[in-house]
Structure formats: structure tokens, C-alpha cells
Design a protein around this ligand. Structure first.
Ligand code: GLU
Length: 464
């Protein structure tokens, strides 16, 4: 039987879930789902100074919002310290690791001397075979006995074969003096214990992989497969950062992006399936493969994300859009009970709104009493338009079944009789009813606004 696929996402909780992390999580999730495997969430919180509970929560919130459900975890590395200690003891026993008593100053001197000789700074292995008695008062770190000769080769599922000579690698620290593992050690023990079959991560870690492979081998363990996904750049070719605008996933939620649109966009950042641009998570799961992860860096394009979001907005259900808009109105202190059902308004505005926030702005006039700018209204209320609106007011008030069709019948009759064009009437009508010149199509808009409001506003501005 083939082994079940197990992937993981292993964020360090030192900030919110950002675009790059979310994309890595999405790829790992999609690969696990594609192969009916298991997706593990592991929190790499060994950087005690920078790790926070809020970050853990922000990351979990971001994943939940994107719909990246995990099957196991979250596991916290700081809760696994005894396990790292146990593995290190084994490596010590087997002579594959050793205690190093170098002080910070000593290491610094080593670096300075190496630089002076024009060498690359690296730990020189002075405690590797040392039989010297341990100096008193110094808590040692545990270092790995990296193989001295040969090379490490692995077949990266994205980048192809990668080979690094062991001569390039020094004896890295596995366990610090306080018993906390370094990233490279913690990750190996965890990937091993969690039976990870595919390590999918950002290619900023590609240089760590040969070190990790050596540790896997020292533990006599089977290697997982590795897939290093290329980084994400801003439009200027620099690595994506705050300078390029929002990088936090939840900021996109706040700015009115739909989770499925962002997930779709992230999927296309460095991966493609033919020329498919718009696809569901189900399709992603059906199609996702590492062979089509691009080798070159991906470019983050906010305009394309907005375009994609707009496509999803057009298809979102009225009820869901209403739910998404509601909290924004509450925040703005807008009373929805004063206007038509929000679902009806959603239906009207969604195809014109690129984001939920744009939808809120477009829906707002239905719930506010904004008056038109007097000079605009004056300009459009010409000598022939004003009596036409009076006529329209009278006819609209006698409509018994208020809907798009009955409204347009009356409106067209007035236009025809008075030889006017639609914009001549629609423009002042919009200004009068909504206080603004732009709204969706006049018929459905007036229908949704309701007869009472339309008549009240018309009476106020052109009533006699
Ligand atoms: N904690 C590491 C990071 O956030 C994880 C790298 C890995 O997936 O191995 O970059």
C-alpha cells in the first residue's frame, strides 16, 4: 500500500498570517486534500521573544477565514521540549552530536579571525572531538556532527535536483543552552514524529534543507519529499512587504474581499492549471499538483486580485452579501430598518461592486437621507423636466403594484408624451431620491427603494 500523504503548515507566530504564508498553507492544504491525505498545523513558537498568543490567534483566524481546515494540531513546539531533548540525547549517545562550550565571545572571535583570513564565517568544530574537560559555569549547546565529506543531493519537486557539498555546512546547533531547539532541529524531529511525507514551504528555506536531510539521516529516518515554492514579489520586483500595501490576509477580509476570491488568487500565485483563472476550491483540490508550481518568483498584482474579487461578487448570493455588509453598516451607525431589505439591495448592487466595501457604499443611499447637491439638481431640473417629474409623481402615486415593470411603464409613457430622453429624467430622479447621480438601473432601483420613499422625495422636491 502506498503511504498516505501528510503535509503540514508550520508558521512562526511572530505576526499575522500574510499573503506568502497563506499561499504556502494553501498549497500544502490542497496537496493533502488532492491525495485524500492529512494536513497538519504546527506552530513553531521557539522564538520566545517574538512569538505571541495574538499571532497564533491571528494565524488560526486567517486560516479559518480562507477555509484551510487542518486535520491534526495545532501542535506547539514549546510543548514538545522534552521530545527534542530525548532525540538529542540519542544523537549524543550514538556519537552523532556533541556538547559545545564556546562562549559568545569565543564564537565572535572565531568569526572575526575567519573574516580577516578571507574565509566564510562558520563554526570550526573545535569541540567536535574534544576530550577537554568542560569549563565550569558554562551551559553547553548541543551541536550536530555534520558529515565532513561528500555531498547532499535531493530532488526538489519544484526546483529539480539540488546538490550541496557537506564542506559548505558547519556543525549547526541542535539545542540551545536553555533546551530550546533551533529551527533546523525542531523541524526535523517534528516532520519525523508527525510522519510528514511532503514538506511544502517557501524557498527561503531551500538552504536549510541539506542540513535537515543530514539530521534525518543521522536519525536513520526516511526522508520526506521536499517542494520549495518560489517567493512572492511586489510589482517593483522586490520581495512582497508592507510597502506594497496590505499583506495580512485578514486585512483583505476587512477591506471587503471574499475569502474564496483571495484563495483563488493565492492559488494562481506561482501555480497554474492551463489558462484557468477562476476556479473553486473544489477544482483546485482536483487539479493541484506540485509539477505545475512555477519555478520563477510570482508577482503579486492587487489589480488582478480586485478584478477576481469582482467576478466572485457578481456570483455571491444576495443573502451572503447582505450578511457580509451588515456589520459595516452597524459600524457606520446606519439603521437598516429604515430602508428596504438588505438582500434586495445586495441583488441590485453586487454586479457593480468590486468588494463588499464598495457594495456598502453603493447600498448606502437606500438607507440614508442624503440630499442632492443643490446646484446639480438645479441644473438637471430644466423648464421641461420639472413638469415632467410632476406628471411622473402623479402617475407613480397611482401605481398599485410597485415593481420594476410598472415603474418603467409609467416612466416611458411620460418620456414618450413629452419627447424626453431617459437620462433627462433619470438623472434628476436619482438626485432627488438618492441624493446622488449614480445608481444602478433606474427601474429596479426605484422598485427596491419603495413607493413610499420615492413619492416622499419627489413631493419634497417637485411637489406643488
Ligand atoms: N517556521 C518556519 C517559517 O515560518 C517554517 C518553515 C518550514 O515550513 O519548514 O518559515
Amino acid at each position: 500500500m502506498r503511504t498516505m500523504v501528510r503535509t503540514r503548515f508550520a508558521p512562526s507566530p511572530t505576526g499575522f498570517l500574510h499573503i506568502g504564508g497563506a499561499r504556502t498553507a494553501l498549497f500544502s492544504w490542497a496537496y493533502a486534500r488532492r491525495h485524500a491525505g492529512t494536513f497538519v498545523l504546527r506552530i513553531e513558537d521557539t522564538d520566545i521573544e517574538r512569538s505571541t498568543e495574538e499571532s497564533v490567534k491571528a494565524i488560526l483566524d486567517g486560516m479559518a477565514w480562507l477555509g484551510l481546515d487542518w486535520d491534526e494540531g495545532p501542535f506547539f513546539q514549546m510543548k514538545r521540549l522534552s521530545r527534542y531533548r530525548e532525540v538529542v540525547e540519542r544523537l549524543l549517545r550514538e556519537g552523532k552530536a556533541y556538547r559545545c562550550y564556546c562562549t559568545r565571545e569565543e564564537l565572535e572571535q572565531m568569526r572575526v579571525a575567519q573574516r580577516a583570513r578571507g574565509e566564510k564565517p562558520r563554526y570550526d568544530g573545535r569541540w567536535r572531538e574534544s576530550k577537554a574537560p568542560p569549563p565550569p559555569g558554562i551551559a553547553p549547546v548541543i551541536r550536530f556532527k555534520n558529515p565532513l565529506g561528500g555531498e547532499v543531493t535531493f530532488q526538489d519537486l519544484v526546483k529539480g535536483a539540488i546538490t550541496v557539498s557537506n564542506g559548505e555546512l558547519d556543525d549547526l546547533v541542535l539545542l540551545r543552552e536553555d533546551g530550546v531547539p533551533t529551527y533546523n532541529f525542531g523541524v526535523v524531529v517534528d516532520d519525523l514524529d508527525m510522519k510528514i511525507t511532503h514538506v511544502i514551504r517557501g524557498d527561503d528555506h531551500v538552504n536549510n534543507t541539506p542540513r535537515q536531510i543530514n539530521i534525518f539521516r543521522a536519525l536513520g529516518a526516511e526522508l520526506p519529499q521536499f517542494a520549495h515554492v518560489p517567493m512572492i514579489l511586489g510589482a517593483d520586483g522586490e520581495r512582497l512587504s508592507k510597502r506594497h500595501g496590505a499583506v495580512s490576509v485578514m486585512q483583505y477580509a476587512e477591506e471587503g474581499y471574499l475569502a474564496e476570491a483571495l484563495a483563488n488568487y493565492l492559488a494562481r500565485l506561482g501555480w497554474s492549471h492551463g489558462d484557468a483563472e477562476i476556479f473553486s476550491k473544489e477544482q483546485l483540490v482536483e487539479w493541484f499538483d506540485l509539477a505545475h508550481v512555477h519555478r520563477a518568483a510570482a508577482h503579486f498584482d492587487p489589480d488582478k486580485l480586485r478584478w477576481l474579487n469582482h467576478e466572485y461578487m457578481k456570483k455571491v448570493s444576495d443573502a451572503r452579501l447582505a450578511e457580509l455588509m451588515k456589520p459595516h453598516f452597524e459600524q457606520q451607525g446606519v439603521r437598516l430598518t429604515d430602508g428596504p431589505p438588505l438582500e434586495m439591495v445586495s441583488n441590485l448592487i453586487k454586479s457593480r461592486s468590486a468588494t463588499v466595501l464598495a457594495g456598502v457604499a453603493a447600498a448606502n443611499p437606500f438607507y440614508s437621507d442624503d440630499e442632492p447637491p443643490p446646484e446639480d439638481l438645479e441644473k438637471s431640473l430644466t423648464a421641461e423636466v420639472r413638469p415632467a417629474l410632476v406628471d411622473l409623481l402623479n402617475r407613480l402615486s397611482s401605481i398599485g403594484d410597485w415593481n420594476d415593470q410598472s415603474i418603467m411603464e409609467v416612466l416611458n409613457a411620460v418620456l414618450k408624451e413629452r419627447k424626453l430622453k431617459l437620462p433627462q429624467i433619470a438623472m434628476p430622479l436619482r438626485l432627488i431620491v438618492f441624493g446622488r447621480a449614480q445608481t444602478p438601473n433606474i427601474g429596479p432601483t426605484l422598485a427596491v427603494a419603495g413607493q413610499k420613499r420615492v413619492l416622499e422625495r419627489l413631493r419634497k422636491h417637485v411637489g406643488t
